[in-house]
Design a protein around this ligand. Structure first.
Ligand SMILES: [Zn+2]
Ligand SMILES: [Zn+2]
Length: 314
């Protein structure tokens, strides 16, 4: 692809998301590792194997940079950092993951409260809870961030210096890395080859608006090649940005059409908007997005929540 950059394709146990990418960037006698894959049985062996195919080992890692604090991007950071003796850098707004990662019961309790408030049936909640307790969180150890990144920070590699670009929306902690001379963008989950939206609900005022702003910011960089957190690299940034914007508008329209039918819980709206994609395995993700769309419409004066529990929207 580009000399000095290796794509490490790592398997994921998630429906519809079979792999994630970590990116190894040549840096002196070693590499900067951007993202880590999630932690689960056998996951470190997968990373070892992917590195081996590039003629690399964990001991080559001089620095870990995470594009955002989701487990498929930072789950293995603590054991890699320990084996390689290196630092972990991540955007400073990582509390959406790290504040609860140290207290899994608190993380579960928070999800349960949201599920109840959103009208998720009690049986579904119980089954989710059983699965969650048997599977683990995807995060290994305690995620310690050595350096908290913000806009304008830089990461040095043999390919040149990469700029930290804050791109909240998908997650409060999301950054992209941009190398201006080569016009290379490491886009994490902000911009993916296959248009696929996700927003973390409940941590920032309006993730949907933040995401759309971040799309404009990345479009203005004029990158010629995008290395994303899932799927293959791609070149058509403007086309991908336009497709993301269009999908956001389409989903907002679908949520509004549902609200026009009369008061609905977020659970009912998500079920109607996503149709057959709405399953027990995807309900958490789809509900988070639906809550973000409702929140966005509320801020624009286009939706209103009613004070019941579960909460209905009109
Ligand atoms: Zn993500
Ligand atoms: Zn991801």
């Amino acid at each position: 692809m580009v000399p000095g950059i290796w794509r490490l394709r790592l398997p994921l146990p998630w429906p519809g998301v079979p792999h994630c990418n970590a990116w190894a960037l040549a840096s002196g006698s070693g590499i900067v590792l951007v993202d880590t894959g999630m932690h689960e049985p056998g996951s470190m062996a997968h990373l070892d194997r992917a590195l081996d195919q590039a003629g690399l080992t964990i001991e080559h890692v001089r620095l870990i940079v995470c594009t955002h604090a989701h487990v498929d991007h930072c789950g293995q950071a603590p054991p890699i950092a320990e084996r390689a003796g290196c630092q972990v850098w991540m955007h400073r707004n990582h509390a959406h993951h790290t504040a609860t990662a140290e207290d899994p019961e608190q993380a579960i309790a928070r999800r349960l409260a949201v599920a109840h408030q959103s009208g998720v049936p009690a049986d579904d909640v119980r089954r989710w809870l059983e699965r969650r307790r048997s599977q683990g969180s995807g995060q290994a150890g305690t995620l310690h961030v050595d350096r908290e990144l913000t806009e304008g920070d830089t990461v040095d590699t043999d390919l040149g210096t990469w700029q930290v670009i804050e791109t909240p929306g998908h997650a409060p902690s999301h950054i992209c890395l941009y190398q201006p001379e080569r016009r290379l963008l490491i886009s994490g989950d902000h911009l993916l080859g296959r248009v696929s939206l996700y927003f973390d609900a409940g941590y920032t005022p309006d993730p949907v608006a933040e995401f759309v702003d971040s799309l404009g910011k990345v479009e203005r960089l004029d990158a010629r090649l995008v290395l994303s957190g899932h799927g293959r690299p791609f070149t058509d940034v403007a086309g991908h940005v336009a497709a993301n914007r269009a999908l956001v508008e389409q989903r907002l329209a679908a949520v509004r059409a549902e609200l026009d039918q009369g008061p609905r819980t977020p659970y009912e709206i998500a079920q109607a908007v996503y149709g057959e994609r709405f399953t027990e395995a995807t309900v958490q993700w789809l509900l988070s997005k639906t809550l973000c769309y409702l929140n966005h419409l509320e801020r624009r004066g286009l939706a209103r929540r009613q004070g019941d529990s579960p909460e209905r929207w009109s």
